[in-house]
Ligand binder design. Structure first.
Ligand code: IMP
Ligand code: MG
Length: 181
């Protein structure tokens, strides 16, 4: 499949992503100075963002991953969240930063923070590359936001439609004729 042919427009360029990731890395460095930080990546969408972000942080961090159920072959959330893969280690008394690709309805992240909070971390915060504030249904406390974007379905830089387009190096808007709602 020729990925680029199915993209309507580039919403965020590689260059803009790179600058933003460096900016976020700097803020995280300052905010967590002297602390032991655990980055928790939400699979699979956050993997590209997380791998760049962790290298923009110049203090030591540990990483872990969780996998939660996603939309499947649809662009709308089912409203149901399931943990498909849990963290490897306990997070009691640890500073945790959840890394997510996009905050949409907020259902995923509000559920995730609720679950992780019961494990008594020292702190728990959220860093998302993208935010679609107009679609929020659940209340989510966001500490780090890369970009606020309009209500359009986007792919690339880790984000998928039906498991495709994750390896596009930019964030693009998918042509509407490509997907079925
Ligand atoms: P929420 O629970 O509605 O906030 O959904 C968050 C998850 O939905 C993200 O982690 C993505 O996997 C997926 N998602 C939401 N909007 C988009 C989009 O525009 N493109 C690709 N995936 C999306
Ligand atoms: Mg995701």
């Amino acid at each position: 499949m020729e990925m680029n042919n199915n993209i309507d427009a580039i919403l965020i360029s590689e260059e803009d992503i790179k600058n933003k990731v460096n900016e976020l890395g700097k803020r995280i460095n300052e905010d967590y100075k002297g602390k032991d930080l655990l980055l928790v990546g939400v699979l699979k969408g956050s993997m590209v963002f997380m791998s760049d972000l962790m290298r923009a942080i110049n203090m030591n961090v540990k990483i872990d991953f969780m996998c939660v159920s996603s939309y499947g072959a649809s662009t709308k959330s089912s409203g149901q969240v399931r943990i498909l893969m849990d963290l490897r280690s306990p997070i009691e008394n640890i500073d945790v930063l959840i890394i997510e690709d996009i905050l949409d309805s907020g259902v995923t992240l509000s559920y995730l923070t609720e679950v992780l909070n019961t494990r008594n971390p020292k702190s728990i915060e959220i860093c998302t590359l993208l935010d679609k504030p107009s679609r929020r249904k659940a209340n989510v406390n966001l500490k780090y936001r890369g970009f606020s974007i309009p209500d359009e379905f986007v792919v690339g830089y880790g984000l998928d439609y039906n498991e495709d387009y994750r390896n596009l190096p930019y964030i693009g808007v998918l042509k509407t004729e490509v997907y079925t709602i």
